[in-house]
Design a protein around this ligand. Structure first.
Ligand SMILES: O=C(O)CCC(=O)C(=O)O
Ligand SMILES: [Fe+2]
Length: 306
């Protein structure tokens, strides 16, 4: 094994169980064949510029990182870590810490469980580029979280289907009247501003329709993309211990919290904004809709806003 565990586009260079100790004292263990790495040997409460650069590079490579044993991480340092990646915003409608409003409370009893595949806050015109979740209390078993690699989801579509998706956009909506209503339109295939790789950017929880297609076409295409992008072969699954921190690239992943427990579970999350979802292909024209065929599926309205 060389300097660091590495993940190549579409294939794996290293065995998922392999661990590597890099020169900077970090111990990195890949958690699945598709994405995810556990990183030990760092205290996130206080990181140097060099450590930040390393974490950033690891996030781009593995898409989701898990840092166990982060008991020292204060809300202040949590927000400061987020700020190293970009702008840290207050969530539009989830509960938050009183003294640190940028820290969202992830307490499933108070606001629903994030138990459908989603991209965080993709209904916003400025969706987060990254999220940092500090799990503080977890059930003795259950309550795992899964992530899915949306580069792989895109790369495994047939070239003809990939070509059809170019220039399409999708509408993402949060609709919980009368509290919050927000929607945004983003490319179906986005180009990552740092890696340059294409990834799928639609998600079951928030994506309602593709305005360039008829309603029936849009439903069929989205249904296929949801099912395709959620396949186990693109995922990793994390079993939490208290005080593990997960950091993910929200531009190229989706995730889902598994709703299989009854006990109290609590986390604190900071999301980071930055670049906007973009494509390098011109947007195709809208389909001329007939009557009121454009609609927002009922499932969208059931959610609170992860
Ligand atoms: O509770 C979890 O494991 C994940 C919740 C979630 O979707 C999030 O923090 O964005
Ligand atoms: Fe989420």
């Amino acid at each position: 094994m060389t300097q660091s565990a590495s993940r190549q586009p579409a294939t794996r260079a290293t065995a998922p169980a392999a661990a590597s100790a890099s020169g900077d004292g970090l111990d990195i263990r890949l958690v699945s064949g598709a994405l995810g790495a556990e990183v030990r040997g760092i205290d996130l409460n206080e990181i140097t510029d060099a450590q930040f650069d390393r974490i950033h590079a690891l996030m781009l490579e593995h898409l989701v990182l898990f840092f166990p044993d982060q008991q020292n991480l204060t809300p202040k340092a949590h927000v400061a870590l987020g700020r190293r990646f970009g702008d840290v915003k207050v969530h539009p409608n989830l509960p938050r810490l009183e003294d640190y409003p940028e820290v969202t409370l992830i307490e499933p009893d108070k606001g629903g469980k994030a138990d459908e595949w989603h991209i965080d806050v993709s209904f916003s015109p400025h969706p987060p580029i990254a999220a940092i979740l500090h799990l503080i209390t977890c059930p003795p078993s259950g309550g795992d979280t899964m992530w899915s690699n949306q580069y792989l989801a895109y790369e495994t579509l047939s070239p003809a289907f990939q070509e059809m998706l170019e220039g399409l956009t999708a509408v993402h909506v949060l609709k919980v009247p009368p509290v919050v209503e927000m929607s945004a339109e983003h490319p179906v295939v986005r180009v990552h501003p740092v890696t340059g790789r294409r990834s799928l950017y639609v998600t079951r929880m928030w994506t309602s329709h593709i305005p360039q297609l008829s309603r029936h076409e849009s439903d069929a295409v989205l249904q296929h993309l949801f099912e395709h992008s959620e396949q186990p072969r693109f995922t990793c699954r994390h079993r939490w211990d208290p005080h593990t921190v997960a950091l993910w690239d929200n531009r190229a992943t989706q995730h889902v919290a598994i709703n299989d427990y009854q006990e109290y579970r609590r986390g604190q999350r900071v999301v980071v904004s930055g670049d906007l979802p973009t494509s390098d292909t011109p947007r195709k024209p809208d389909y001329e809709q007939i009557g009121d065929e454009r609609y927002y599926p009922r499932r969208i309205n059931a959610r609170v806003g992860y």
